[in-house]
Design a protein around this ligand. Sequence first.
Ligand code: GTP
Ligand code: MG
Length: 170
Amino acid sequence: MKIELPDLSLVCLVGASGSGKSTFAAKYFRSTEVLSSDAFRGWVADDEADQSATEDAFEALFHLAGVRLKRGRLTVIDATHTRREDRAKAVALARAHHAIPVAIVLAPPADVCLERHAGREDRRFSTRVVRNQHRDVLRSLKHLRREGFRHTWVLKEPETIDAATIARVP
Ligand code: GTP
Ligand code: MG
């Protein structure tokens, strides 16, 4: 799949834990382009897993995303974006800065996410959380355009995710 991204995009990665968002972001984008909710939890609370820091982490993340968009820099938000409210905030931010809201959805089969989850030390939550996230992602697909995402790219097979290419277009 050839993913075309307008130069001034705000890209929301959408996917359950273990879907491969951070891996995808590291492969296809500059490190400075990627704002990850985990990293921001780390910066505000010294603990990437501290869920009590989520609100503050997103406040800081959105601030930096806004500054980047104001300066015309493509920005990627690496967070699950499984909840409609979270996606809506990103769309609103993009619009406020005349950037194009883009969703790249990583939705490999739930079993793939769960298998990866099982192999990780840094994810303390239960497999049920991953299953629910996966279900929410699939349910969200038909709403993304209406929510305001101008472009939506949905990658469902690990092979498709692996073989994707990204082209930036003016
Ligand atoms: P959260 O940050 O928990 O939301 O997960 P994530 O969506 O960012 O997943 P991440 O990229 O951290 O990948 C989870 C695990 O799956 C890691 O151990 C990765 O090495 C592995 N992984 C991710 N993408 C791939 C892939 O395309 N192929 C294989 N074999 N492993 C992958
Ligand atoms: Mg991640």
